[in-house]
Write a protein that binds this ligand. Sequence first.
Ligand SMILES: NC(=O)c1ccc[n+]([C@@H]2O[C@H](COP(=O)([O-])OP(=O)(O)OC[C@H]3O[C@@H](n4cnc5c(N)ncnc54)[C@H](OP(=O)(O)O)[C@@H]3O)[C@@H](O)[C@H]2O)c1
Length: 312
Amino acid sequence: MTTHSDTTRRDFLIGLAGAGAVLAAPRAVFGNTLPPQETLPTRPIPGTEEALPIVGFGSSKPVLEIPTEGTEPLFGVIRILLEHGGRVVDTSPRTPEVDAEFGEVLQAPEFSGRLFVATKINTDGEASGIEQMRQNQRLTGSRTLDLLEVESMRDLDVHWPNVRRWKDSGEARYIGVTTSNIGQHDAFEAFMRSEPLDFVQVNYSVMEPNAEDRLLPLARDLGLGVLINRPFMNGSYFGRVSGRDLPEWASEFDCESWAQFSLKYILAHPAVTCALTETTNPDHMAENIGTAFGRLPDEATKRRMRQLVQDF
Ligand SMILES: NC(=O)c1ccc[n+]([C@@H]2O[C@H](COP(=O)([O-])OP(=O)(O)OC[C@H]3O[C@@H](n4cnc5c(N)ncnc54)[C@H](OP(=O)(O)O)[C@@H]3O)[C@@H](O)[C@H]2O)c1
């Protein structure tokens, strides 16, 4: 099911440099040649004809920073994503004011119709959940959401019947549930076994690999799309690896940075459809996209990666 590109890292870097003005910042990082650029590999959404690029954008931090930083960081990061064939943007309902501004970004003519937006319900109570559904529709400017998930299983029993109805009525193409907390994984697994889901979103990384014990194999058995959150444990991973040299053997799977080290670990799992990486920095988005090119670690190497990070 996995469709890893044979594209080499070098091709990707050359491609990044060829993207013109939009890639002005990454150009300084990656070089100056100008051949055609490469696009992100995709993986199928199981049971469908649709595929998603394997690296996406988790928008929490730049969206929450709209009141102080404005929307330019969001434009910058989403441009880089689209320039390289990405399209998955993950979000949750924010204040109506913030979502109105984020909606202007998502619905900007340069992005319109090109994104796969994963939206959520993250509130208590049915009426509030219905209002968030309407807020998600205003955010995306569409009656039909790409993906609607109940975030962190919050008030799940109350929201889930409505979520299923919205799928039946064509207001959500795909539906699912998310977790970012290992303590929730048992309940999450029980829900996966009991309800007809299209997608799950789970926390998984080289420092937090627990989902590979049961949730990811189960998602594969059930034929679910899988989005990954917390690839860098919201940044705390960088605290763990900071000041450490990347091991030489990282080059065996075309890994050039600590960010790529965790993302390579994630993308090597066959159940994963798309890893969401949160950033306010277009250069970081480009670096994270670069993970999708070249080789991925095998199981023995993944064990070595886990051990290395645990020992720090
Ligand atoms: N329950 C849920 O549904 C749930 C929970 C948590 C998260 N999520 C989703 O998952 C997304 C990602 O997870 P997360 O929030 O835990 O964040 P994360 O992606 O694990 O970490 C984000 C942090 O990593 C830094 N970063 C990103 N790329 C980098 C790079 N190449 N080099 C150095 N630093 C880099 C970012 O800083 P810079 O801005 O400086 O790049 C930011 O501080 C969220 O945005 C959200 O969409 C969902």
